[in-house]
Write a protein that binds this ligand. Structure first.
Ligand SMILES: Cc1ncc(COP(=O)(O)O)c(C=O)c1O
Length: 468
């Protein structure tokens, strides 16, 4: 039965469900009061009879009468003798909470799937240490937390990050060149704003990390797609296509998505070109900590590229994306420009999180964490590769990183396949949409972090069995 409950505006579509627990009269009172306060029932609107409202909400008539009495007593409604009950004329309106669309609610509720990219595992030991560090800082908070701070981030943390990058990645820098960020994405945004203007020519790797591509294209830069082969970005092809580019975005230690390492010859050629062209190299070193065999090549930044390279790193992969902490290493002449932009966008990083992270690094917890994470991820990688070998893919075992590409014959519809994978609960992503031009290869990009080996393997097998 549809009740037309009101005289003026119609709130019947948004009739709230009463909570299952608790006295009915109170639940009905709160519900009606909410409708009045949010403006869905307006001053002067006639309330339905207690008989109607009781039916509508599935409560007893007595509960409806009691709820109306409470509304009247609290000034939300007026009883007019012989005419019924009306919303009071002078009710303070509060802004109704914006409706959350079903799509957003669904997205919020969606659990990450094995095979998806960008997942990290909760490490109990590290979480316990962080909890302790955060508690310690909250128990005796530094005065710094009560003031506005350095847009570059805390000096103590920058000292730790610079030391780590020198030792682990061969980055040549001092703490004053380090700018803490809210992750790589903010670092890229700062670099783009500081160095480039709409229309400027830039090179992007083809295929490319979608979030970088969207940023570059969205900023109105003129993008040249430079092919990636077995040695990484083809510098000669870039020079031939657009010698005057002002910047290039690269992932030299582990190309995203193909996973190749930029060869030494290409590294030198890239730095050489950048110096001659006066171009900047945006070096995204997002997952270099996860190296499973052999020593890593050091960062481009430390290979003579200090003047040209903006180095970007993140704790999203090593710790967890929800931390939103990353860093930039910038040539000194760019520092002030970058910091001005940082100050004008989000002012400065979270000092509380920074203090905890500083101690996590200083006391050796970070290197212990990486060792544990690497071991865990390696086991998941092996289980995934073994399972995928049962399918129609060409898969090799990656020596670095947190994802692999399971390649498919040219012309395969990898987009439909990725959709099928998701339907079976496996979070693989199609390779071909990551190309800027005509896709040279087809396949699935599959992450192996964030889930134990058996869950990875089960996910992959479930998907493979759906292929028949
Ligand atoms: C290529 C690449 N760079 C950087 C990141 C990390 O981004 P952020 O630090 O903004 O979380 C990712 C995460 O998926 C990535 O794939």
């Amino acid at each position: 039965m549809t009740l037309k409950l009101r005289t003026n505006s119609d709130w019947s579509a948004s009739t709230p469900m009463l909570p299952a627990q608790g006295p009915r009269r109170l639940a009905l009172y709160r519900s009606l009061r909410g409708l009045i306060e949010s403006g869905q029932m307006m001053p002067g609107d006639k309330l339905p009879t207690t008989r109607d409202i009781a039916k509508r909400f599935g409560v007893s008539r007595g509960a409806a009468v009691a709820a109306y009495e409470m509304l009247v007593a609290d000034g939300f409604a007026e009883a007019r003798v012989g005419a019924g009950t009306y919303v009071a004329e002078a009710v303070p309106l509060v802004q109704a909470a914006p409706a959350v669309s079903p799509a957003i609610m669904e997205q919020e509720a969606r659990a990450p799937l094995p095979g998806a990219l960008g997942c990290s595992t909760a490490d109990e030991t590290s979480l316990r240490i962080f909890r302790m560090l955060m508690n310690r800082h909250l128990a005796k908070p530094s005065l710094r937390h009560f003031h506005y701070n350095d847009p570059a981030g805390s000096l103590a943390l920058r000292v730790e990050v610079a030391a780590y990058l020198k030792a682990a990645r061969g980055v040549v820098c001092e703490p004053d060149q380090v700018i803490m960020t809210a992750g790589t994405q903010q670092g890229l945004d700062l670099a783009v704003r500081a160095l480039l203007k709409p229309g400027d020519p830039v090179w992007l790797e083809d295929p490319c990390y979608a979030a970088a591509r969207e940023l570059f294209e969205g900023t109105g830069l003129s993008v040249t797609a430079v092919p990636v082969d077995g040695e990484g970005i083809d510098v000669a092809a870039g020079v031939a296509a657009q010698p005057d580019a002002k910047a290039v975005y690269v992932t030299p230690s582990h190309q995203y998505p193909l996973g190749v390492t930029l060869s030494m010859a290409r590294r030198l050629a890239l730095i050489d070109w950048a110096r001659q062209a006066g171009a900047y190299i945006l070096e995204d070193d997002y997952d270099s900590e996860f190296r499973f065999a052999g020593p890593p090549l050091s960062a481009l930044q430390g290979m003579g590229g200090e003047g040209q390279v903006i180095y970007l790193g993140t704790f999203s992969k090593t710790l967890l994306p929800g931390f939103r902490i990353g860093y930039l290493v910038v040539p000194r002449h760019l520092r002030e420009r970058m910091l001005t932009i940082r100050r004008l966008t989000d002012r400065f990083p979270s000092t509380l999180a920074e203090d905890a992270l500083t101690e996590f690094l200083r006391d050796g917890h970070f290197s212990a964490h990486i060792k544990r994470a690497r071991k865990r991820v390696k086991a998941a990688r092996d289980a995934l590769v073994e399972a995928l070998h049962e399918g129609p893919f060409a898969v090799s075992t990656p020596e670095q990183g947190l994802h692999l590409v399971a390649e498919l014959p040219p012309g395969t519809d990898d987009v439909s396949l990725a959709k099928r994978a998701k339907e079976t609960g496996f979070g693989a992503k199609a390779l071909s949409p990551l190309y800027l031009g005509v896709p040279a290869r087809r396949g699935l990009v599959i992450g192996f972090s964030g889930f134990p080996p058996e869950v990875m393997a089960d996910g992959a097998r479930r998907f493979l069995s759906s292929l028949g």
